[in-house]
Design a protein around this ligand. Structure first.
Ligand SMILES: Cc1cc2nc3c(=O)[nH]c(=O)nc-3n(C[C@H](O)[C@H](O)[C@H](O)COP(=O)(O)O)c2cc1C
Length: 213
């Protein structure tokens, strides 16, 4: 793939943030946000962003419908990617055996046992950019991951980003558990389910971290 693009990460960061807001809007479409006027819609989207939280407690035995899992992946695919390279693959895992294999090898993903399913976001080496830009796949797949988390919140579901890449041992665990081809690199595992309500959003606003120039 040819390279002749932004020299710094600043542009891609801007694009990522803008894309997440846009995807928030997309996730709401079909619902109240689309019927609302601009100000109202912004309120709904911003509230969804503020309410998003890592959900680690799920209602056991309550299954997320396949159509809803597909909606989540669709939200992921709507995220921006460097040069529109779309270097992702999504594995939707719902068999108890596969969830168990992931949970057994991932020390910080024990909530998988309660979750209805998990979405594993992977980079695909065949679509990654050449040269210095190759690592943009991490940002691309991260943007997709955040879109999935925001969409889950909007849909009344709970989800949590559990990190895999760049921890080599975890990458190997996921590779083995899902028999991934060598070209697919797992970035994260996102357990998804119906939240019990135990997890709440945190207020992280810090005015002194904003630098006005
Ligand atoms: C790159 C990354 C890796 C993470 N890995 C884990 C993980 O392995 N297990 C987990 O429970 N949470 C994980 N998290 C979730 C963070 O702990 C969580 O986002 C943070 O504590 C802030 O809480 P909030 O998501 O509720 O705002 C990860 C988040 C990111 C962005």
């Amino acid at each position: 793939m040819k390279r002749n693009f932004w020299k710094t990460g600043a542009m891609s960061l801007y694009v990522a943030v803008f894309g997440l807001a846009a995807a928030g809007l997309t996730a709401c479409c079909g619902g109240n946000a689309c019927k609302a006027d601009g100000k109202e819609r912004a309120g709904i989207v911003l509230e969804n962003i503020a309410q998003r939280k890592s959900v680690r407690h799920f209602v056991e035995g309550k299954e997320v419908a396949k159509a809803d899992l597909e909606t989540l992946v669709k939200a992921g695919m709507a995220a921006p990617t460097a040069r529109n390279s779309q270097p992702w693959e999504f594995y939707v895992v719902s068999t108890p055996e596969a969830k168990q294999a992931l949970e057994a090898g991932l020390p910080y993903a024990k909530m998988l046992t309660q979750a209805s399913a998990a979405i594993v976001v992977c980079g695909n080496a065949e679509y990654m950019l050449d040269g210095e830009g190759r690592e943009y796949w991490v940002q691309d797949c991260s943007a997709a991951t955040q879109n999935i988390l925001l969409a889950a919140e909007a849909m009344g579901l709970g989800a949590v980003w559990t990190g895999v890449y760049p921890v080599r041992e975890r990458v190997e665990v996921v590779r083995q558990a899902l028999s991934l081809p060598t070209t697919h690199v797992p970035l994260c595992v996102i357990p998804v389910g119906f939240p019990t309500g135990d997890d709440q959003p945190k207020d992280k606003f810090k005015a002194d971290r904003i630098h006005w120039k």
